[in-house]
Design a protein around this ligand. Structure first.
Ligand SMILES: [Zn+2]
Length: 78
């Protein structure tokens, strides 16, 4: 039997101040038809006008909503 006490945890993971990646803002990808990132106050999901909510146009993925069928638009209730 070997007494292997893993006492090598005293080493801290330094140099962790560098950015984790080129991620700027929310991770939710914005579709071309989106007026604001998902979750933005004052906005809501709406049916994509270009594909009518089907997410497809002419047999291909709708580029306006990226195939989701909905876009995030301002609901401007004020
Ligand atoms: Zn669409």
């Amino acid at each position: 039997m070997k007494d292997t006490s893993a006492s090598d945890t005293s080493r801290q993971s330094g140099a962790s101040d560098q950015p984790a990646g080129p991620q700027a803002g929310p991770s939710a990808p914005m579709a071309p038809g989106d007026e604001a990132p998902q979750g933005t106050p004052g906005t809501g999901e709406n049916i994509c006008r270009d594909c009518g909510g089907s997410g497809r146009q002419g047999g291909a993925t709708c580029q306006t909503c990226q195939g989701s069928g909905t876009v995030t638009v301002g609901i401007g209730g004020a």
